[in-house]
Design a protein around this ligand. Structure first.
Ligand SMILES: Nc1nc2c(c(=O)[nH]1)N[C@H]1C(S)=C(S)[C@@H](COP(=O)(O)OP(=O)(O)OC[C@H]3O[C@@H](n4cnc5c(=O)[nH]c(N)nc54)[C@H](O)[C@@H]3O)O[C@H]1N2
Ligand SMILES: Nc1nc2c(c(=O)[nH]1)N[C@H]1C(S)=C(S)[C@@H](COP(=O)(O)OP(=O)(O)OC[C@H]3O[C@@H](n4cnc5c(=O)[nH]c(N)nc54)[C@H](O)[C@@H]3O)O[C@H]1N2
Ligand code: SF4
Ligand SMILES: [Mo]
Length: 736
């Protein structure tokens, strides 16, 4: 008998409601759930392939131990956990607490129980060598939020549904489905902007899929966003478009900002960012004139050498044009289960309490920059990392100079991977502890409700029962953590309860944490049986979710002290670095990444229906650069940086800015022929073989994964290549 389940997709930030039909333990059909309060029936090809991913014969389902010959053999959970713990204990005895590192990968943010327990596990380990994917991603944004609003999790969200003018920098929601901008029904919402006569101005070194929904697109030189935004802010002051009385009512430091940007007129920054001074000036004026407006940036503004400063300047634009905490401008969501209190107690709102041993990069949110992981493993001395735990991460493909990192991984004394695949990273593990599939556990978006354009709340119960000997991430982390000396939230009463509970055989189910956050949250029942308010049991009665209405001004109590610190000293000083970069001689050719709607970082290339069709890991090259390098469309090219070199097929196109080459990250699967059989056939270039771990945003330590200086050359003669440039039409998104 077929059964229908409603479930929120855990694969990206868009929180699509799926209608999943199952029969005899398999997914037989997936559709967008039309009744979902948030996504209104939208889904993308990844959500549609969720059953195929569930069935993947290469997915690891039992614990594995690596034999001396490099092959893995199945072992029991007891043996695997004993072995994992013994090795970690030995490393800690020999090298101290910092000798054990922990890396938390991206899928953790889509898994509430893994997320909560990973933080307690990390604090229990007591290591300074905590790493996560945020330092390859959003940390510049989160650090700007900490400095301006006192909370790393306080990210202002553009009011996409109501804005009159959205200035979007370095984001491609048509492919990514939105990031730190949980949109649900991305297409409907972005198309809606133009449909209601509002404007979407896109600034990106590529003419992306999102550009098709934009009213206007401008190329920008990679890493030029801070310069571009300085030109905008300069113009706003210069033209008298800032209502200082109004701004001073909510923010401190306006005069400091005004003084600091005086040195950056559009003419001075234009060459660095590659946007004409006239355009910068016009956009500034339009931003100020719009009835409501929002500036938003994402991977493009974060993954460069000035990511934190660019993220700050985005917020400066929103605040000084009067669009902060305002309908149609940027607003803070009011999630029904707000994790920000817990995050604060965990020390997430902290910066530079310690620095990485070798290079001195700053800690942020309790973690060190992943760009420093390889050297922390390979550089001898006190505090050297000799053992590692990874949770849902593939840093051998996601981190800069991943070749060096992979060598470092192979040199570890003990490596425990909590992962569902034997991939480029986990093949170096001594033991792999595989959690159950996401469809076999409950799902709650603890983070993304808090970054969403509308307040809703959804909980999904498991689609399939947990396999007999299956364990969820939280159970694995719980056992490892307790056996290594205890989980620690840093909340004394909770930590004591965990400890006593463990002894008595009682576990704190992370759903209890969700229930507590719901009950004590803005819409909660406050533990009163008479209340109509929310709790987890009630939420489970609404499989399509509960709508809590549009974002509203006044959710700003999330800001410490209620006022915006508009001019953090650290960032004012960073403008010297931006200024020096303006004068620096420009590099002829730089490399950036890109995403495609059928991919998900490095780990969904083993799903046949998602990788079918032509090669997507091509190198986009502008015709002028192609001619200069003597390469033609369809030809194999070599991209060489100071770190390494890779090959890809050239796609000569005017959709990429002159001076910029684009290759997607997350490929390079040729080395896992036995264990990722579909992906290995695809192979592809590993972009991070050429990115440079020494290029970081100096403030946050986040890897500058875009803007790598490169040389381009022909890999082999151009015999079979086509000579005519094409618009890279096949990369267009056609969803649903
Ligand atoms: N299909 C799919 N969806 C995904 C993912 C995926 O891999 N595939 N990954 C998920 C994850 S982990 C994340 S973090 C999000 C990311 O979400 P987005 O940031 O929306 O996605 P990207 O496609 O990386 O878009 C970044 C854009 O920045 C541009 N860019 C590069 N350098 C610069 C620069 O210096 N300045 C400016 N202004 N632009 C620049 C790139 O050309 C690119 O179009 O997507 C998530 N969703
Ligand atoms: N050059 C370049 N590099 C980039 C980026 C870029 O734009 N350009 N983007 C960066 C960004 S934004 C991010 S977020 C990082 C991502 O970096 P990572 O998180 O390190 O890498 P992923 O490719 O997301 O790998 C996810 C891992 O989780 C495993 N996995 C999948 N599902 C589950 C699950 O349910 N449970 C467990 N335990 N494991 C699971 C997969 O097998 C895989 O090993 O990459 C970064 N790297
Ligand atoms: S956009 Fe695709 S991957 Fe993202 S939540 Fe929706 S269906 Fe899942
Ligand atoms: Mo990410």
């Amino acid at each position: 008998m077929p059964a229908v389940h409603f479930r929120t997709c855990h694969l990206c930030e868009a929180m699509c409601g799926l209608e999943i039909t199952t029969e005899s333990g398999r997914v037989t059909n997936v559709r967008g759930d039309d009744a979902d309060v948030f996504s209104r029936g939208h889904l993308c090809p990844k959500g549609a392939a969720i059953g195929e991913q569930y069935d993947d014969p290469d997915r690891v389902r039992v614990p594995l131990r690596r034999r001396p010959d490099g092959r893995f053999e199945a072992i029991s959970w007891e043996a695997a956990l004993d072995f994992a713990v013994a090795g970690l204990e030995a490393a800690r005895r020999a090298h101290g607490r910092n000798g054990v590192a922990f890396y938390i990968g991206n899928p953790t943010v889509h898994n509430h129980s893994a997320l909560i327990l990973s933080q307690a596990f990390a604090r229990g380990l007591g290591t300074r060598n905590l790493y996560d994917a945020n330092s390859l991603d959003a940390n510049p944004r989160l650090l700007a939020s900490l400095l301006l609003y006192g909370a790393a999790t306080a990210v202002p969200i553009p009011d996409v549904d109501h804005t009159d003018f959205l200035l979007m920098l370095g984001a491609n929601p048509a492919a990514s489905n939105g990031s730190l901008l949980t949109m649900g029904d991305v297409r409907g919402r972005l198309k809606g902007i133009r449909a209601r006569g509002a404007r979407l101005v896109l600034v990106d070194p590529r003419r992306t899929e999102t550009a098709e929904w934009a009213t206007e697109h401008h190329f920008i030189r990679p890493g030029g966003d801070a310069a571009f935004l300085l030109g905008i802010v300069h113009t706003l002051f210069q033209d008298g478009l800032v209502d200082s009385q109004r701004v001073s009512a909510i923010a401190d430091g306006l005069d400091d900002v005004k003084r600091a940007v005086a040195a950056f007129p559009p003419e001075r920054v234009a060459a660095r960012c590659g946007v004409d001074a006239d355009v910068i000036r016009r956009l500034a004026r339009e931003l100020a004139a719009a009835k409501s407006a929002a500036v938003y940036g994402r991977i493009g503004t974060c993954l460069n050498e000035f990511g934190t400063t660019a993220s700050w300047l985005i917020d400066v634009c929103n605040v000084i044009t009067g669009n902060f905490d305002r309908r149609g401008g940027v607003l803070f969501p009011s999630p029904a289960a707000d994790p920000s209190g817990l995050a604060k107690k965990l020390g997430v709102n902290r910066y530079a309490r310690w620095r990485s041993r070798v290079r001195g990069l700053p800690e942020f949110t309790g973690a060190l920059p992943t760009a420093a992981l390889a050297e922390e493993i390979t550089t001898p001395g006190e505090g050297q990392v000799r053992a590692l735990v990874t949770l849902a991460g593939n840093p051998a493909r996601s981190a800069p100079d991943s070749g060096a990192l992979e060598k470092a991984l192979a040199s570890l004394d003990h490596y425990v991977a909590i992962d569902t695949y034997i991939n480029e990273t986990t093949r170096h593990a001594h033991v792999i502890l595989p959690p159950v599939h996401a469809l076999e556990r409950g799902h709650f978006d603890l983070l993304f409700h808090g970054f969403a354009v509308r307040n809703t709340v959804k909980y999904s119960v498991p689609v399939f029962p947990k396999p007999a000997d299956g364990r969820e991430e939280w159970e694995i982390l719980y056992t490892l953590g307790m056996r290594l000396g205890g989980l620690r939230f840093g909340i004394p009463v909770l930590d004591r309860t965990l400890h006593l509970g463990w002894k008595a055989g009682i576990r704190l189910d992370p759903d209890r944490v969700i229930d507590h956050l719901l009950r004590t949250g803005a819409h909660g029942d406050r533990y009163s049986p008479l209340s109509k308010g929310l709790n987890l049991a009630k939420l489970k009665q609404s499989p399509h979710g509960i709508d809590l209405g549009p974002l509203k001004p006044g959710a700003a109590p999330r800001i410490a002290g209620g006022r915006v610190a508009l001019a953090p000293e650290l960032l004012l000083r960073d403008l010297e670095r931006v200024a020096a970069d303006l004068e620096a001689s420009s590099v002829a050719l730089v490399l950036i990444g890109r995403r495609h709607v059928r991919s998900n970082n490095s780990w969904m290339h083993n799903v046949p229906s998602l990788v079918r069709g032509k090669d997507r890991a091509t190198a986009w090259v502008h015709p002028t650069d192609a001619a200069a390098a003597g390469v033609v469309n369809g030809q194999r090219v070599r991209v060489t940086s100071s770190v390494g070199s890779i090959e890809a097929t050239a796609e000569v196109t005017e959709d990429v800015m002159r001076g910029v080459v684009s290759i997607p990250h997350g490929f390079g699967h040729g080395v896992v022929g036995d264990t990722l059989r579909v992906a290995a056939k695809l192979a592809g270039p590993n972009l991070n073989d050429v990115t440079d771990s020494s290029r970081v945003d100096a403030i946050s330590g986040t890897a500058a994964l875009n803007g790598t200086p490169i040389r381009l050359s022909a890999a082999k003669p151009a015999s079979r290549a086509r000579a005519r440039p094409s618009r890279a039409a096949s990369t267009r998104v056609r969803e649903g």
